[in-house]
Design a protein around this ligand. Sequence first.
Ligand SMILES: [Zn+2]
Length: 262
Amino acid sequence: MRLIICIAIILNLQGVCFGWVHLRELRGEYYKSHLTYKIFNDRQIDYCIQLSDRSWNEDSLDIQIVMAIETWLTSNPDFFAMHVAINKVGCDDPNMDLQVLIGKDDERWQLGAFQSATKIGTHYFSRIQIISDFQWKDNGTGKIYFFQNFMELSPAFDSHFLEEISIKGKATLEQVAKNSDVDYFQIFWSTYRVLLHELGHSFGLGDTYTPEIDKSGDREFRSEKHPSSMMNDSNYFYITDDDKDGIKSLILRFGQIKTHPQ
Ligand SMILES: [Zn+2]
């Protein structure tokens, strides 16, 4: 197996040893919407927040978005070495790369949260949408869960705590639930966990669980193995080795592409 891994890396073969998968949408013009491309293009990520419900606290969401982006960036030395600037902009800014939108969606509410590669005119960006009226029922207990602001689940969940579970240290959802005495599913259906997972899509990675891996994943840029990871069962506040391999493969695939002024 070690030999196969080495050969795969040397020859840059995709889909031999790793668990990651690239989104199929990267094949067309929508590769321009994804953050891997944006980072190599201008070394910065300009994000905006759009809340349709004032009960969500924008300041704490801001902290979570920046920490989630930094978690992905610092997990990979190739990105880390580039010093990527993270800036907050208005959602009508022509340079906006990432829009985080929290609100209702009558058509797609059952999806809970999702990423869409978006194009408006000639402006390409990634949109992460969290559906504020989404509900999930635990059939075991009958309890119903809604999306909640992670930082409001416990007074201990401040910015230092986020850094501790994602960047300085590594924590799973189970560990955080147990140590903080907060219901696991409340943590699962909370903003920080969702932002970390959806940002993986914003960078260009697909879900590695079935059947989603076949629905939106690219068969030529994937592996046959699908270990537990951020993009699989989303049980992590840190980037797993499999997710890191996925980002590396995206860098190899898209790192050299630059835009040209039109
Ligand atoms: Zn997903």
